[in-house]
Design a protein around this ligand. Structure first.
Ligand SMILES: [Mn+2]
Length: 275
């Protein structure tokens, strides 16, 4: 159990682990270790800095039991159906990955429950490479193709490595993104601009931990944004309705597990305090 989740069915925040790695093309796995690593590390992290958390208002619903599913389409449907059974629009969700393809069934469910929402996407990669099927590097492309996501509703932050195809698709579909250099160069203007775009909107936040320069992701990138940039962007938001957020692709180590817990708790505290 997550140390800070002392709530019950009435709690506003619901945490769910999705320990899946079938959507990853990497030979090195351990993505499925993420939820357990985060829960174990939560006992070493205490209060928050940027707002307050109420332990009674956070409930840990445990993990979705992925069993030994190997068929990727079956897996996406399976995750979607398990989430659909428990999803309540009046609650705010924290999803623990897993590789980033867990966000594929999550956003299908979100789309069916929310006519309009914006996606704030923190990732070193756009995950829009036109592979033949949805996986951790292509599922955003598929969500758009399948009309679960409008290109104009996406803001990507911290991009540092993208394929030739992705760069063209981002341009052709006019998707807003800030690369890691722009974030470092101009965080004040960028955070204000994002705040203006998201004013009065429903929001889902997806975090691939490889967006940060700390080297905590599976697919390591030498260029990344700081956790400070992430928190600054969130703190600048005003009239936003948060639907939920996910944190994916953690490559477990003591410092990275601790970082993941901090990001989760500070995110909760910011939305408790400012919204
Ligand atoms: Mn990703």
């Amino acid at each position: 159990m997550f140390a800070h989740a002392k709530g019950n069915k009435n709690s506003k925040w619901k945490m769910i682990g999705i320990p899946s790695e079938v959507g990853s093309l990497s030979n090195i796995k351990f993505y499925s270790n993420g939820p357990k690593a985060i829960r174990d590390a939560s006992y070493k992290v205490f209060d928050t800095l940027l707002g307050d958390i109420d332990l009674e208002d956070i409930e840990d619903l445990g993990d979705i039991d992925i069993e030994d599913i190997r068929d990727i389409n079956y897996l996406y449907n399976y995750i979607y159906n398990r989430l659909k059974e428990i999803y309540d629009k009046n609650k705010k969700y924290i999803f623990l990955g897993g590789d980033h393809s867990i966000t594929y069934p999550i956003l299908k469910l979100i789309r069916e429950n929310w006519n309009n929402y914006k996606l704030l996407y923190f990732d070193a990669h756009p995950d829009m490479h036109p592979d033949p099927y949805p996986n951790y590097e292509s599922y955003i492309y598929y969500l758009i193709k399948e009309e679960y996501l409008n290109p104009e509703d996406i803001i990507m932050v911290g991009i540092s490595n993208l394929s030739f195809e992705e760069k063209n698709i981002l341009k052709d579909w006019n998707i807003k993104y800030y690369n890691f250099y722009e974030v470092w160069d101009n965080i004040n203007d960028i955070s204000r601009e994002i705040s203006n775009i998201l004013d009065n909107k429903n929001l889902y936040i997806s975090i691939d931990i490889d967006v940060f320069e700390n080297g905590c992701g599976h697919w390591l990138e030498g260029m990344g944004i700081k956790v400070y940039h992430y928190l600054k962007i969130l703190k600048e938001l005003k009239n936003v309705h948060l639907i939920g957020f996910d944190l994916t692709e953690l490559f477990s180590s003591n410092i990275c597990n601790n970082l993941a817990v901090k990001i989760i708790l500070e995110t909760i505290s910011i939305f408790n305090y400012y919204k």
